[in-house]
Write a protein that binds this ligand. Structure first.
Ligand code: MIC
Ligand code: SF4
Length: 646
């Protein structure tokens, strides 16, 4: 039977289950990726498994989120990570080398292999045809130990691409078009596979942007064929040897279909404060822009920066518009520098920053009150920039540079009146700076792991009681992101390895007293709407509430990674059978789950609960393995027992 590429890659890695919708499958993981914000906890979890060395083909650890070193905490965490990498056999990418996804694609990506990353944008690896999946830190720690990754068998959405871009349109506009069509929950439970004659017109960088932001569609991953463009990119990276051609079979079928004609894609922009609020740039043209930032893990290819350089050459930013460059990697900055780009950008009034996540996760670059910021980043959830009521728009490098020049949102096609569209080709060979990552040299294995005072042990998790008696402390609406549940930013991110300290910030933008109220109640229920927990992979959005006493979340629907994280930390994820029952819950409602242990043990899918004495039916849609995790109070104890058996 003719197969799509997604099924081919999964089948090559399948260790358990069948490719049947609704079931659970397990795949072998070839590469793992940790970044510092999720990585300290994941590394502690890995250490607690009691294994001497990683047991995966290639394990990596990047330091990209917490590079703002306002006090000793982040630097201490980096020292911990570097020494742990040396000790356990992990490649370490120090602060300044770049954002995980960009560096992984440049230095390690291999077509057709699997990559499990403790960061939701891991599917950016689609740029070199890897199957990248974002997961909670614990899932990645377990994969580092050599165990497979379990996830629900996805639907495959085949998107046929035809045609080629008009001037001033690029890969970012394709994913914004997908977001305009499908919204932020349209691809939950799906892998998006692009195919067709238009694929050859997308560079590796375009594909990375599309795969990376496929996460904003709710997708499990994104897959692109591996073709001549992939080969040329890997050759320019000095890694042609890892290339192999990959594509769907002729006549392959998909579970769902869509089609995009690249020649009709126009410059698009996601308005505040969701990547799904997409409109045409023309619709919002003329709005005054205070800040423009180009870069991040979504738009950091050589092409992305050089389009901006060329458009700026001999010109200057608008004097009311701050213009920032956040290179996704040291390598790309070095290559832009070699082509004269750094000088031209500086002369055009740009502020060039070191490589890292920076303002994308609220580590600096927060806009002023009421100010409009245009960014080439992947997400713009409310307050994520560090400014409450922020006005963050997401767009392509072309749209960003047009705004930086004109001071207002401008359709970049209007620039054609004064310049030709800069068509940029990657150099045949990039400058490759091998000092950007430190391999796990055998002589480093004796390194002693160093823990700073802010690194606290993992809290203990008690097993699920026979009956749960809880009280609702918070009730939220649809599309609540993990940025709302467990914010990041310069105040909170440094606490990622200290659960007690970080738990004080859970939901603090919604209710600053949440943590105190939870502690008072002891056993807590959280009520949410559709797509609850969209966005990042941060397991702290499950672990920290659990630490505060949250034992159950009842919602209309869950985002994939957050639901998996809840199971990993023993929080029962329930979905309302009838969504109208959402109205029965109010803050202060008593929610009782009688015999919850027995029901989970028996494999029941329908879980009845009492809300202030009324019966409400909910669904527990998890695998048998996840049921065991819930009963144990979390996955860690369960996995430790499993590892002892092997
Ligand atoms: C994000 O873009 O939201 C983050 C910060 O990279 C997160 C990871 C984290 O919270 O540490 C993600 O995408 O998973
Ligand atoms: Fe970093 Fe932003 Fe990318 Fe997350 S989305 S990895 S914070 S650059």
């Amino acid at each position: 039977m003719a197969k799509n590429l997604t099924h081919k890659i999964i089948e090559e890695h399948l260790v358990e289950g069948e490719l049947v919708l609704g079931g659970e499958i397990a795949v072998k993981i070839d590469h793992t990726l940790l970044q510092d914000a999720t990585g300290t906890m994941a590394m502690l979890e890995f250490e607690s498994l009691g294994i001497e060395s990683v047991n995966v083909e290639l394990a990596t650890q990047y330091v990209d989120h917490n590079i703002l070193q306002a006090d000793s905490k982040n630097a201490d965490d980096h020292r911990y990570l570097q020494t742990a990498c040396a000790h356990y056999g992990i490649h370490f990418s120090p602060p300044g080398s770049g954002v995980s996804h960009q560096v992984h694609m440049e230095r390690f990506g291999v077509p057709g292999q699997t990559l499990l990353g403790a960061d939701s944008h891991t599917p950016g690896a689609a740029g070199v045809s890897m199957l990248g999946i974002g997961a909670g830190g614990l899932d990645v720690a377990v994969a580092m130990a050599g165990l497979p990754y379990y996830f629900p068998c996805p639907k495959v959405l085949g998107v046929r691409l035809v045609g080629q871009f008009s001037d001033w349109v690029s890969g970012k506009d394709v994913i914004l078009e997908m977001l305009r069509r499908h919204g932020v929950k349209g691809c939950v439970g799906k892998i998006v596979e692009y195919y067709g004659p238009g694929v050859k017109n997308l560079s590796a960088g375009d594909r990375e942007a599309i795969g990376n932001m496929g996460t904003e569609l709710g997708a499990t991953s994104t897959v692109f064929p591996s073709d001549e463009n992939t080969r040329a990119y890997l050759e320019a990276q000095g890694r042609e040897a890892v290339w192999r051609p990959l594509s769907a079979d002729e006549g392959a079928e998909y579970d769902e279909y869509d089609e995009i004609d690249l020649s009709t894609v126009e410059p698009l922009i996601a308005c505040p404060s969701s990547p799904g609020n997409v409109v045409s740039v023309r619709d919002v043209a003329g709005l005054k822009v205070d800040q423009v930032i180009v870069g991040s893990c979504a738009n950091s290819s050589f092409r992305d920066f050089m389009v901006v350089v060329k458009a700026m050459e001999g010109r200057h930013r608008h004097l009311d518009t701050a213009f920032h460059i956040n290179p996704g990697s040291k390598q790309v900055l070095e290559n832009v520098a070699q082509h004269g780009g750094v000088l031209l950008l500086l002369m055009a009034g740009a502020r060039i920053h070191e490589s890292g996540c920076l303002g994308c996760i609220g580590m600096g670059q927060a806009p002023g009150t009421g100010q409009v910021s245009l960014r080439t980043f992947p997400r713009n959830f409310p307050g994520r920039s560090g400014t409450m009521d922020d006005q963050v728009y997401l767009c392509s490098p072309e749209t960003a540079v047009a705004a930086a020049l004109k001071g207002v949102i401008t359709d970049p096609r209007d620039l054609s009146k004064e310049m030709a569209y800069p068509r940029i080709k990657d150099p045949e060979g990039f400058i490759i700076d091998s000092s950007a990552t430190i391999p796990p040299y055998p002589e480093l294995r004796k390194t002693k792991v160093q823990r700073g005072p802010n690194i606290k042990p993992l809290p203990d998790m008690d097993p699920l009681p026979e009956t749960l008696e809880t009280e609702v402390v918070i009730k939220v609406g649809d599309d609540i992101s993990t940025d709302a549940i467990m914010p990041a930013g310069s105040k909170v991110l440094p606490l990622r390895s200290n659960i007690e300290a970080i738990s004080e910030f859970v939901y603090y933008q919604v209710n600053p007293d949440f943590h105190r109220e939870c502690k008072e109640k002891g056993s807590v229920a959280v009520i949410g709407g559709e797509n609850y927990g969209q966005g990042s992979s941060r397991e702290h959005a499950a672990l920290a509430p659990r630490y505060l006493g949250v034992r159950v979340k009842v919602v209309k629907s869950f985002a994939r990674i957050h639901k998996a994280n809840l199971c990993n930390f023993g929080v029962v994820p329930l979905v309302l059978k009838e969504t109208e029952d959402y109205d029965r819950f109010r803050i202060g409602s008593k929610v009782v789950l009688p015999d919850i242990r027995k029901l989970i043990e028996k494999g029941e899918r329908e879980i009845p609960l009492e809300v202030d004495g009324h019966l409400v039916v909910t669904l527990l849609e998890v695998s048998d393995r996840q049921r065991s995790h819930l009963l144990e109070g979390g996955a860690l104890n369960f996995v430790k027992k499993e590892l002892k058996k092997t």
